[in-house]
Design a protein around this ligand. Sequence first.
Ligand SMILES: [Ca+2]
Ligand SMILES: [Ca+2]
Ligand SMILES: [Ca+2]
Ligand SMILES: [Ca+2]
Length: 351
Amino acid sequence: MPRNPHPSFPGRGKGFDSCAAERLGEAQHPTNDGVNRYNCVVYGATKMLSNARIGLYLAPVWFAAAAMVASCGGDTEPLDDTGSPDDASTPLLFVSDRDGADDIYSVDVGAGVVVRLTNDPGHDVEPAWAPNGDRIACRSDRDGDWEIYLMDPDGGSVERVTDDPARDTSPAWSPDGSLIAFVSDRDGNPDVYVVDIASREVRRITHHASTDESPSWSPDGLQLAFASERDGGHGVYRMDADGGNPVWLTDEANPSIQPAWSPNGGRIAFTSMRDDNADIYVMDADGGAVQRLTDDPATDWEPTWAPDGRRIAFRSERGGDWDIYTVDVVSGVVTQVTTDPARDANPAWAP
Ligand SMILES: [Ca+2]
Ligand SMILES: [Ca+2]
Ligand SMILES: [Ca+2]
Ligand SMILES: [Ca+2]
């Protein structure tokens, strides 16, 4: 009997691990030649619109959304209700191969303006905004193997944070901006680690023979959500920031991955295929009150919260190719953000 009785995640018959590889572009692209290439540049002359201008642009949309929510009778309260029109103008990072190898781009969700941030023959993926918005973390194989990097919001001043021959992936900022949690197989199998950005000291957080991945900090910095196969299936867990007291939050019979802790700390978004195909769900941070947010036969995954907690961006193949979409957690309205025929992936909303 196979140890894992659960169905595979989608990907044309492949299991989740190979899907993850596809997501990260490894299946299609060889690694580069290991030459240092710190030549990230801003691509194109288009500048992001100012927050104020986009706030004006979006104001009618937000009034309409507020009216729609009010007319729904209040069945579902906003999960985080601190939103304002300006929140809608914050840029969303994503990865695309529209110009060749995977690079990191920024799109304004309201105006749809796309700016290229990295331009390197290696693959730059999994962007993550620093909590104060001053830096972006990502992972790249530009130096020959997967490492965690930092860059400015315009793609400049790239610096490598990790330096280990193993695969270092999935950077996630601590709320105070001093640490980055990441996943590495440097000790034999994927585990969660934390690197101190100032000292570059690396600490191992999980110590389990199975795959531990996808760390996401609670807003108070005291806990991390993560995904693991330690109990036989793909499940979402939470643990103390030092790795103690891991708690399994999701149902064993239904694979769940990619947790993302909400901005107010009360909920965790995740991907699950409990209803036959990968969709976006949210649950209370203790695992209760599971709510399905997307319902489409295509694969929907990689949830990331808007800073106001009202929307979740995700990646979907529902339009025939991978694009970035958002779903309003109150109304369930789905909006397409990117439209390029290339593979757009790894959305990360600005703080
Ligand atoms: Ca590495
Ligand atoms: Ca492990
Ligand atoms: Ca789906
Ligand atoms: Ca696309």
